[in-house]
Design a binder for this molecule. Structure first.
Ligand code: ADP
Length: 435
């Protein structure tokens, strides 16, 4: 363990060196001259070691310090000790950096680190393959020189990285990438991109499959329904078995028809991009139509009320909105026992948004099902739903439609007491309808 020399030991050493000069001066009666010569010797000795130190620090590659004595030996040892400590730390750090880079290289995704001013700090080899960067040549270049798609640039500049972003690879237009940006350290960000082409193709195949099957089922269903209607006009034997078979077949084809139509609506919603300027929908007249249809579905078994302000308008597709409103209202009719009350309400809030709600005094839904109701084909009780002719697609259609308006379906329900389904349409999607 190296001990740092104290001031006291330094002074003692100076006194020891000067002592012979003092003795010689004392006997030769030239004390001051002798002490002066001694001081000059100490100065020269110090300069000599200073030059040795400078020479070692600047010019020699040797790790070990030059040999020395006295206080300079302490100085050399202290510097050597510090240097060894730094060298060890540097080695540890470079091992850490190497490990981090190896880890990042083994990632299945492209990873890049960039500065606040969008200049590239580092990228892995997948980033070079997927995004076209060259390492290390592109270090310090702006990443928006490589990733130039306008959508990506607006995502990058918006600095809202909560949701991932999809874009086409600048290297291969057939490759779709999903990227996420996250803070890395102060003023630095990481961009992680993964190839989701196969996933997208699968998704498209699923959509195409559902669309094609639903479409192909329409013709045979129309033929069957047509014949069943014709046969219903007295052309079937009046035996109970025939009558029952005819009734069952008619019910099931109607159900299948509704299912196919709902599947087609969902497919259309998935493939269609909503445009705000698509049209102005008169909420009052739309809800009046839906209420009338609900009354004919209810066949007088429920008391249905409608409260809607005049002049309320929504910017969007009338068919989509009709689908959302009617699914909620028809559900209220289907899942409310005879004699129940159904209240449909639509009003404008002070912030300009429109609130829609359907309240019923029906069966209600157990709490554990609420979060899953908008999943496709999700039904609370299979038997009960089948009796009601349900398919489990209604609420997922509502969810899809509402997502076009950045809105969400809110469900409150209590078993045996009833349910309330509601949503809010933001002011940006609303308009005034002239009488
Ligand atoms: P379905 O076509 O089966 O009605 P939905 O997606 O519209 O499909 O609804 C999903 C499930 O949510 C239904 O099966 C039903 O059990 C439940 N549900 C929907 N609306 C109501 C309601 N108003 N009251 C009670 N249960 C409801």
């Amino acid at each position: 363990m190296i001990q740092a020399p104290t001031l006291k030991t330094l002074l003692v050493k100076v006194v020891i060196v000067l002592l012979p000069f003092f003795v010689v001066g004392f006997f030769s009666e030239h004390v001051y001259l002798s002490l002066f010569i001694g001081t000059i010797c100490i100065l020269l000795w110090n300069y000599y070691h200073l030059v040795k130190l400078i020479n070692w620090l600047w010019h020699k590659r040797d790790a070990y310090p030059p040999r020395s004595k006295g206080v300079w030996a302490d100085v050399f040892d202290a510097i050597y000790h510090q240097q060894r400590k730094h060298r060890k730390k540097r080695n540890e750090l470079s091992v850490l950096v190497r490990r981090f880079r190896l880890g990042a290289e083994s990632l299945p995704d492209a990873a890049i680190v960039f500065n606040e001013d969008k200049t590239l700090v580092w990228c892995n080899s997948l980033a070079q393959a997927m995004l076209g960067f060259k390492w290390p040549e592109d270090r310090g270049n702006r990443i928006d020189n490589f990733l130039r798609s306008p959508e990506f640039l607006s995502y990058l500049n918006a600095k809202n990285y909560d949701e991932p972003f999809e874009f086409t690879s600048p290297v291969d237009e057939h490759v779709i990438l999903e990227c996420r940006i996250a803070p890395f350290e102060k003023d630095k960000w990481t961009l992680i991109c993964r190839d989701i082409t196969a996933l997208k193709q699968l998704e498209q195949m699923r959509k195409d499959f559902v669309a094609n099957v639903s479409h192909e089922l329409r013709t045979p269903l129309t033929v069957m329904r047509g014949y069943l209607e014709v046969l219903g006009d007295g052309d079937i034997p009046s035996t109970p078995i025939w009558q029952k078979a005819h009734k069952m077949m008619t019910e099931q084809t109607v159900r299948m028809d509704a299912l196919v139509n709902q599947l087609l609506t969902l497919t259309k919603l998935e493939n269609q991009q909503y445009t705000v300027g698509a049209g102005q929908v008169d909420v009052k007249s739309l809800l009046t139509t839906v209420k009338n249809e609900a009354e004919s579905l209810s066949a007088g078994k429920h008391n249905i009320s409608l409260s809607v302000e005049s002049g309320l308008g929504i910017l969007g597709e009338s068919e989509q909105l009709r689908s959302a409103f009617s699914n909620l209202v028809f559900n209220a009719v289907r899942y409310t026992p005879e004699g129940g009350q159904i209240d449909i309400e639509c009003k404008k809030k002070s912030d300009g948004s429109i609130v829609f709600s359907v309240k019923d005094t029906g069966d209600g839904i157990p709490a554990e099902h609420l979060s899953r109701l908008t999943e496709r084909f999700y039904r609370v009780e299979q038997a009960r739903t089948r009796d009601s002719g349900g398919s489990g697609l209604g609420l997922s259609i509502v969810k899809h439609v509402l997502s076009n308006y950045d809105s969400e379906l809110k469900i409150k329900s209590e078993v045996t007491k009833g349910s309330k389904f509601s949503f809010v349409i933001d002011e940006q999607f609303t308009c005034e309808i002239e009488d």
